[in-house]
Design a protein around this ligand. Structure first.
Ligand SMILES: [Ca+2]
Ligand SMILES: [Ca+2]
Ligand SMILES: [Ca+2]
Length: 82
């Protein structure tokens, strides 16, 4: 009985580990590994990395947040595009 209980516990750990490693991509959703509401591909395309900007930042100073620029498809680095 002890062996059976141990096997169940190990299986749970393995499943949880797999879910944590790939939180969204397996379901076909947009990847957002840094959880800032900006798709990772979009961050890399416009900022070159996932660190520098978050959804509420406005690096081009046009008064429109990165999240809003992403949603409407404007350039977050171009103050004339918003
Ligand atoms: Ca992100
Ligand atoms: Ca902006
Ligand atoms: Ca802009």
């Amino acid at each position: 009985m002890a062996n059976a209980a141990r096997t169940v516990a190990i299986s749970c750990v393995v499943v949880l580990g797999a879910i944590t490693a790939q939180p969204v991509s397996a379901a076909g959703e947009i990847e957002d590994s840094d959880a800032d509401s900006l798709p990772d591909d979009w961050e890399r395309q416009h900022f070159g990395n996932l660190r520098d900007q978050s959804h509420s930042d406005d690096p081009d100073g046009d008064g429109v947040s990165n999240l809003a620029e992403m949603q409407v498809g404007t350039n977050p680095n171009d103050p004339a595009d918003h």
